[in-house]
Design a protein around this ligand. Structure first.
Ligand SMILES: Cc1ncc(COP(=O)(O)O)c(C=O)c1O
Length: 430
């Protein structure tokens, strides 16, 4: 059994002092659970204080308001009442599930040749991971993750489900994805059952893999599967499609994993969240690289789990995503947002890799998504973050003592130079 986190201990003490009866009633999970400090609390601080630029949030802004697809909003007054207020089917609206499957096949040529389930609609991607944790994770099961991750994986799989997380360094010595470290982590885990989670484009660095790296990842998984291990490979494709660099693979790793080995079950978790610029609509999808015979009972299991927690994703949210995907202006509006984000990504790369900053930071390679990360050569990232916020009204995220994440998705292209000039000044004066 995992040790209680110090934040959970503190909450338990407060509950015990305020209402001993609640304390007596808490489940084991109730005692373990807490809200980690980190991105959420730093974002909340920045929301209050970053009056100039807030580059903390995993969203995209345009003209200081939410970037969005106008087609996903304009239909609202004309929608039939059933499509707003009616219950959606537990696994999601059938037409939306079909439309998302078509979208996946179009964007991932490798999927044309493999088994691909009908996507299951979840209440955002987080819900999809939670369902996978419930369906596939027992306490003590091993989950292999890199050392740089979206922190919610820990809360879902470790704190909630009790998984034993084994990590490997995300980058190798030449700042590529550490395929060797990944291979070794798999080989070192001698369990008969393994959970693996991979995320490209990557949060927090913005790294995307090359086709060669993708093949090495698949080879490592197949080698372990060949040795008799059953492996669930979860592919977090939150930022799918937002690739800005010609050198990286422009489709999901999931396409290479589907059908790669009978002992490997690949599952793709993606969503309208980032791809359709609809963060708060809470529409995610979960698709398995499995055929109909496996999916029929698995869908029943997942229906049971969904029924027992959210009971289904929001009807109006699903309707809005579907109507937007069918609207004539959809592709053009998505392209517009993509071009806007790409221009910001390229500008960020140009500015941050300028020789004048070389003594201050190293820039982790970033080719895609919303973020980039600076690895500071001196100073403490949390001190830098606080000074940026308190003295300059700029919100960033301190990921560790030396790493600062900047969401350029929230910055206008014309502000990027200023933001990094200020960051450089703060580090320089420490
Ligand atoms: C890598 C990654 N996966 C998943 C999510 C969560 O998606 P959702 O808001 O749909 O739960 C995020 C959100 O920031 C993310 O960065």
């Amino acid at each position: 059994m995992q040790d209680l986190n110090s934040l959970a201990i503190e909450l338990n003490k407060q509950i015990q002092n305020a209402t001993p009866v609640v304390s007596a009633l808490l489940s084991k999970l109730g005692k373990r659970v807490y809200l980690p400090r980190g991105i959420l609390s730093q974002t909340a601080e920045a929301n209050a204080k970053a009056y100039r630029f807030n580059a903390t949030r995993a969203i995209a802004l345009e003209d200081r308001d939410m970037m969005h697809l106008a087609v996903s909003r304009e239909f609202v007054p004309a929608l039939p009442l059933e499509s707003i207020y009616g219950y959606a089917p537990v696994l999601g609206q059938p037409e939306l599930r079909d439309a998302w499957k078509m979208h996946l096949i179009k964007e991932n040529p490798s999927l044309a040749k493999t088994a691909l389930s009908l996507p299951i609609v979840t209440s955002g991607m987080t819900h999809g991971f939670s369902l996978l944790a419930e369906l596939f994770t027992d306490s003590g099961d091993t989950l292999i993750l890199p050392d740089k991750i979206w922190g919610n994986y820990r809360l879902i799989f470790q704190t909630k489900a009790g998984a034993n997380i084994q990590t490997y360094p995300f980058f190798n010595a030449s700042n590529g994805f550490n395929t060797l470290g990944f291979h070794e982590a798999l080989a070192d885990a001698t369990d008969e059952k393994l959970l693996v989670l991979l995320n490209f484009p990557h949060n927090p660095t913005g790294y995307a893999i090359t086709a060669t790296e993708a093949q090495h990842i698949v080879d490592a998984i197949v080698a372990r599967a060949d040795a008799g291990c059953s492996i669930l490979v979860m592919i977090d494709d939150a930022y799918a499609g937002l690739w800005y660099d010609a050198s990286v693979m422009r489709e999901s790793l999931f396409g290479l994993l589907a059908g790669c080995h009978p002992n490997v079950v690949p599952v793709k978790i993606d969503g309208a969240t980032k791809e359709e610029y609809a963060w708060g609509l809470r529409v995610g999808f979960m698709s398995f690289g499995l055929g109909a015979a496996a999916m029929q009972p698995l869908e029943q299991k997942l229906s049971g789990l969904i029924r027992a927690n959210t009971s289904g994703a929001s009807q109006i949210s699903q309707t809005l995503i579907l109507e937007a995907m069918k609207a004539p202006g959809h592709a053009d509006q998505k392209q517009h947002n993509y071009e806007t984000l790409k221009a910001r990504a390229l500008k960020t790369k140009e500015i941050t890799s300028d020789a004048r900053y070389a003594k201050l930071w190293e820039v982790y390679p970033s080719h895609a998504g919303y973020f980039m990360c600076l690895s500071l050569k001196s100073g403490n990232a949390e001190v830098v973050r606080q000074q940026l916020l308190e003295e300059h009204g700029i919100g960033t995220i301190a990921l560790s003592e030396t790493e600062l994440r900047v969401a350029y998705s929230c910055l206008a292209e014309s502000d990027i130079e200023t933001v990094f000039e200020v960051i450089a000044r703060v580090i320089d004066r420490l």
